[in-house]
Design a protein around this ligand. Structure first.
Ligand SMILES: C[S@@+](CC[C@H](N)C(=O)[O-])C[C@H]1O[C@@H](n2cnc3c(N)ncnc32)[C@H](O)[C@@H]1O
Length: 331
């Protein structure tokens, strides 16, 4: 799955299947405190811990979307014994920043029972059970860090649109300081620009509008989405060395001939179909172009996108990138 290899198409495919969606019953949480209640807007629940808003919802539908991303990322690296991270380390103490539903933290804790895994997020992850070596915490990582221990791996996945460039620099510096000498940072990002190598998505198709539109709205909000292009330099700027990256193409839909990519594309299609509303509603109603959109306009846009995504003749893919790097042993 090298980045530059064109993905061969499965020409025998007749329909788009969505075989995973029925199995994904998301967990429910008893809602007790105001933090659990969050803020409701346009039918979606958002975190209320931080006075400044975070652009993606924290509700069952969004957690279902995060589960789909988690599964997609695992399939992308399913040729590896450890599909969770690439940093060459037998970890003892991990922090997962912006843990979302906590699926990555929980799975890593299961795989490394001797390792303590902390996940932190603005909204309480909706899980009723975690492995004994996993702790999920509610906090704003831009506030003072109170962890006393140093970590040997700090992980971030899809923090796009969450931080201004200055906040990213601040976060990278904190991560650097909170790592043991020789400890690792690993970040994974995806970007919604849809690429197509065989022109099966014709010029002018609305699918080609998604990435630029997200970037424009996110830039207007001051919290860029295109971290896939900047994450490596942010990590290098913080002083990390031994920097590695892995680029991948994630098909959207089960159109690829390769079996792994077909499965990946099938789950990624579910990710898009479940996720479009959550990803767009806040951004477009606050920062849409040329002026903020109404919720109805967002719904109409999303239904057009979902229709086009479900067209099996379209061979679209998006890009994903991992960067991992080490804190020097001294310094
Ligand atoms: C797009 S989600 C990704 C979730 C998870 N990492 C995954 O890959 O499934 C980003 C997460 O970062 C969290 N987040 C955003 N800003 C944060 C902050 N200042 N402190 C802690 N978490 C934050 C959000 O609440 C959200 O759950």
């Amino acid at each position: 799955m090298a980045d530059e290899i064109v993905i061969p198409v499965d020409h025998d495919i007749h329909l788009v299947t969505d075989e995973y969606s029925d199995d994904w019953n998301s967990d429910t949480t008893s809602i007790q405190s105001s933090i659990y209640r969050g803020l409701i807007e346009n039918g979606r629940r958002y975190q209320s811990l931080k006075p400044e808003e975070y652009c993606f919802p924290a509700d069952e539908r969004q957690f279902e979307t995060y589960d789909a991303v988690h599964l997609t990322a695992l399939i992308a690296d399913s040729d590896r014994e450890n599909p969770f991270f690439q940093a060459p380390i037998d970890p003892k103490n991990i922090l997962d920043i912006g843990t979302g539903k906590g699926s990555w933290a929980i799975d890593v804790a299961d795989m490394f029972p001797e390792c303590k895994v902390r996940g932190v997020d603005l909204f309480p992850p909706p899980v009723s059970w975690v492995p004994p070596n996993c702790v999920l915490e509610v906090d704003d990582v831009l506030q003072t860090w109170t962890w006393h221990e140093k970590f040997d791996l700090i992980h971030l996945r899809i923090i796009a649109c969450a931080f201004t460039p200055e906040e990213i620099d601040q976060l990278m510096k904190r991560i650097y300081d909170q790592l043991e000498p020789g400890g690792w940072i690993e970040q994974m990002e995806i970007h919604p620009t849809i690429f197509c190598d065989d022109k099966s998505i014709p010029a002018g198709n609305i699918l080609l509008d998604v990435g630029p539109r997200f970037d424009a709205a996110a830039n207007k909000s001051g919290k860029p989405m295109n971290l896939i292009h900047t994450m490596r330099s942010s990590i290098e700027k913080a002083g990390f060395v031994d920097v590695h990256e892995k680029n991948a193409r994630w098909p959207i839909g089960p159109w690829a001939k390769d079996r792994t990519l077909k499965e990946l594309g099938s789950v990624n299609l579910s990710h898009w179909l479940t996720g479009m509303e959550g990803y767009t509603m806040y951004l477009m109603t606050k920062f849409g172009d040329p002026k903020p959109w109404s919720a109805d306009e967002v719904h109409v846009y999303n239904s057009q996108i979902r229709k086009e995504l479900s067209n099996p003749r379209h061979h679209g893919y998006q890009r994903a990138k991992r960067v991992w790097a080490r804190k020097p042993l001294s310094g």
